[in-house]
Design a binder for this molecule. Structure first.
Ligand SMILES: CSC[C@H]1O[C@H](OP(=O)(O)O)[C@H](O)[C@@H]1O
Length: 387
């Protein structure tokens, strides 16, 4: 995948038109805005694994579109059923790029079912391929609308829960904005919606160590400081960057009214949510200081196939991300021989979560300390909007 010299609208992680996909290389932000040309699913796999593109929704969309580009001009020899099998195998390959976020495997399952069903109703391979490409494109188109709905539901709910406060100070972790989705963002979408309504005093964003995807400069940067700060400055949203280890002191000072984070996988029991490493400690701090703690995520982040967080595979990334500078690409900065434990995610129980904000409304807890996720998901098809 080569570099592309065109630079479209900033904050656009995914640039797609039928037959062409370019991904913003987020490892080089904020100092450089470079797009990589993605020719096929192998390029897509590499871009996800190397975190050129990251963020649960963006990963799923980028993977699907990388395969859409691959089959756009493919001369496929075989029957429709062979074409469907070809696509399913490519989707399985793409799912292997990163294990924790469920959005990619959820999309792969739905797209695989679609092409297999289509193959049973046509004699034309191109019909199977067309169905896949259109479904992949719909993922890109629908994501922004879903995120704006998350933002709106979240802003309304946080205001209701914060009566007496004209404006809120909201802390977020990692990057859940336009750079983690097709646009606008999930948790950062809630912050955008509060700001747009005049209800945000300021946002706090954590550095979100240790993954420092710096661009070959000596400064140590990470998702929060590099991506979320970049988005907040770009949107002129009042914001303050803090180290992950400053959060407890910040909450103790009374400066934080609420925390809103994203999710990579929400277990069906509604009590376990996987998100970027450090989320669990944020939730513990929030509980101790009586700060509201929200998870904002689309329904595609909910995994009804697992009953608890123990079944969530937590990605462990290279020790070099801690041992070396510049996201592991630079020189050694830690003592040789030291062991490293570098999980990219952790799991937060429902007992520490105030509510889960989705595009279909806000999931609140019943009497006990879990969310009735299954009933909410089953009922959302009937409900237009709730909060
Ligand atoms: C809307 S992004 C959700 C989620 O994905 C991020 O992980 P990564 O940047 O490693 O892909 C982070 O956990 C966000 O909260």
């Amino acid at each position: 995948m080569g570099e592309s010299n065109e630079t479209p609208e900033a904050l656009q992680a995914i640039c797609y038109q039928r037959g062409s996909l370019r991904l913003l290389d987020q490892r080089k932000l904020p100092l450089e805005s470079v797009y990589l040309n993605i020719q096929d699913s192998k390029d897509g796999w590499n871009a996800i694994r190397d975190m050129v593109v990251r963020g649960a929704p963006a990963i799923a969309i980028a993977a699907a579109l990388s395969l859409a580009v691959e089959i756009h001009s493919l001369e496929f020899k075989g029957a429709p059923a062979d074409a469907a099998d070809f696509i399913v195998k490519k989707l399985e390959f793409l799912v292997s790029s990163r294990p924790t976020a469920v959005n990619l495997s959820d999309a792969a399952t739905k797209l695989g079912d679609l092409v297999q069903n289509t193959s049973e109703t046509t004699t034309e391979v191109k019909t199977v391929f067309k169905a896949f490409v259109e479904a992949a494109e719909a993922m890109l188109e629908n994501d922004v609308a879903d995120n704006k709905a998350i933002g709106s539901h979240g802003a309304i709910f946080l205001r209701k829960k914060s009566e007496g406060l004209d404006k809120l100070c909201v802390l977020t972790h990692c990057n859940t904005g336009s750079l983690a989705t097709a646009g606008y963002g999930t948790a950062l979408g809630v912050i955008r919606a509060l700001h747009a309504g005049g209800y945000l005093d300021k946002a706090f964003c954590t550095e979100t160590r240790p993954f420092n995807q710096a661009k070959f400069q000596a400064i140590w940067l990470s998702f929060g400081s590099r991506l979320t700060a970049y988005e907040l400055v770009h949107d002129k949203i009042p914001a303050t960057l803090v180290t992950d280890s400053a959060v407890a002191a910040l909450m103790k000072s009374g400066s934080v009214n609420a925390v809103v984070v994203g999710a990579d996988r929400i277990a069906a029991n509604g009590s376990d949510t996987a998100n970027k490493i450090g989320t669990y400690s944020l939730a513990l701090c929030a509980k101790h200081h009586g700060v509201q703690f929200y998870v904002a995520a689309p329904l595609t982040s909910i995994d009804l196939s697992i009953s608890s967080g123990q079944q969530i595979v937590i990605e462990e990334r290279s020790p070099k991300e801690l041992l070396n500078s510049e996201g592991g690409l630079g020189k050694q900065v830690a003592a040789s021989g030291i062991a490293v434990w570098n999980p990219a995610f952790d799991v937060t129980p429902a007992s520490l979560i105030t509510a889960i904000i989705t595009e279909k409304g806000v999931i609140t807890k019943s009497g006990d300390d879990v969310f009735d996720i299954k009933s909410f998901v089953e009922s959302t098809s009937k409900r237009l909007t709730i909060e």
